[in-house]
Design a protein around this ligand. Structure first.
Ligand code: PHE
Length: 444
């Protein structure tokens, strides 16, 4: 019973058998909390934008979340069998159209437009994922990219021009671990057909300093807010490290991690842009770097926001706490939790529809095509933001029949009020019923 057309931001799209976007996700495409004044996601965006000044960098914050499969994956060199393309991971409107899974979907179009030497793209991105306090099917990313044109730099020496720009960046005194060589022949190769080693190293050096400066900006503010909130706060010096990474559209690639409150946190992914992308975008003379950062994770840290659902709250007890910050980024305040309402755990145990029991209808969930994200989505669909997390607590395969049994524990807890027993039971019954209907499981 899928709708044959849907509307996102005023535009109508035809659906097909690939369509898998639930109503609550579609409804959120219009929220634009990254642009909402004094919203913590928007404040975080502004803080990061302040590190990448105009006119070198131009911000694009209004791109539509609906993109083509080509833009999201093919244009970036994702292979046809990449797991990110699966319908269990990505929201499709139809086979050729989806809700972007990352802001990199817009890289090629901006390289092609070639309006500036740098780009920032902030936007909502969509992924089918687990349910817990740090995952939500919609979150926000900021993409940054910086390019240089070989034909436009003095003397045609692009590496020298990049180093000259690096010299103009501010310095910082943070301890940076960078144990790996900037280029590794197998894991992190130079694009030898397109870049000299000197060019790739210049790009890497400029990229790393730029992103270190961004992290310094963010964490200096986070610590100042922490110290203001807690007179006993003990300041620890900031430590960051570069770790080799892999992305289909950059090489070499890295992740930046920051040591904060006793843990190494992965903060962003980045790398030297694959030259094929620039060539395909009609700007073969440009070379450059790109990064992508998740805004909610940074906002959770900056404001000490303990649960990702809070970003979607319309509750004044949440929103009013950040009033005025958009206009004065120096008056960052830590979030003060309003009282926590009680948790209510409910288990649901079921047999997966086994291949043999499924008879002629193997299209539904059986032992072989069980995707946990399908369950997660049904829970969200029925119970929405009253669910804090969902965890598997037991799974076994019956030794004789070969049937597989699973048990999931759902934690019902509203951010805004105490749920009544009757109400939680009703929600849980509805979840159970929907699991049976949509996944064909048999309740135990
Ligand atoms: N798009 C990547 C992600 O979502 C991040 C990234 C952006 C990596 C740009 C490299 C360059 O994980």
């Amino acid at each position: 019973s899928n709708p044959s057309t849907i509307v996102v931001n005023g535009k109508t799209y035809k659906t097909d058998s690939w369509f898998n976007v639930p109503e609550n996700v579609l409804a959120s495409t219009s929220r634009k909390i990254h642009l909402q004044k004094d919203h913590p996601v928007s404040i975080t965006r502004q803080i990061i934008e302040s590190v990448f000044p105009r006119p070198t960098f131009k911000s694009h914050n209004e791109f539509d979340p609906v993109v083509s499969t080509f833009e999201n994956f093919d244009s970036l060199g994702f292979p046809p069998d990449h797991p990110g393309r699966a319908r269990s991971d990505t929201y499709y409107i139809n086979e050729k159209t989806l809700l972007r899974t990352h802001t990199s979907a817009h890289e090629a179009q901006l390289f092609r437009a070639s309006e500036s030497d740098g780009y920032l793209i902030s936007a909502d991105v969509y992924r089918r994922d687990e349910v817990d306090r740090s995952h939500y099917p919609i979150f926000h990313q900021m993409e940054g990219a910086r390019v240089w044109d070989r034909t436009k730099v003095p003397g045609g020496d692009v590496a020298a021009a990049i180093y000259a720009d690096l010299e103009r960046l501010p310095k910082h005194n943070v301890k940076v671990d960078d144990p790996n060589p900037p280029i590794h022949p197998e894991r992190n190769p130079l694009q030898a057909a397109h870049h000299s080693a000197a060019e790739a190293e210049a790009l890497a050096a400029h990229l790393k300093r730029s992103l270190e400066l961004m992290v310094v900006e963010i964490f200096t503010r986070a610590k100042a807010a922490a110290a203001k909130a807690d007179p006993n706060y003990v300041d620890e010096p900031l430590r960051v490290r570069w770790v080799e990474a892999y992305f289909p559209f950059t090489s070499p690639s890295w992740e930046l991690e920051v040591y904060y409150a006793g843990d190494w946190l992965e903060v962003l992914g980045c790398g030297v842009s694959k030259q094929e992308i620039l060539i395909d975008a009609g700007v073969p003379n440009q070379i450059g770097w790109a990064y992508g950062i998740g805004l909610e994770r940074i906002a959770m840290l900056l404001f000490q926001i303990p649960d990702i659902r809070l970003f979607w709250s319309k509750d004044e007890r949440f929103l009013s706490q950040f009033a005025g910050v958009s206009d004065n980024l120096d008056c960052l305040k830590r979030f003060v939790p309003f009282s926590k309402y009680p948790a209510c755990y409910k288990d649901v145990s079921f047999w997966l529809r086994s291949t043999s029991a499924a008879g002629g209808n193997t299209a539904r969930a059986n032992a072989h095509d069980w995707h946990e994200n399908d369950l997660m989505e049904i829970v969200r669909d029925v119970a929405g933001d009253t669910v804090e997390d969902v965890k598997m607590v037991d799974a076994f395969t019956h030794p004789k029949t070969g049937r597989r049994s699973m048990c999931y524990r759902i934690n019902y807890r509203s951010l805004e009020r105490t749920l009544t027993n009757a109400e939680t039971n009703e929600l849980h019954d509805a979840v159970t019923k929907s699991l049976v209907e949509k996944l064909g499981v048999e309740i135990r």
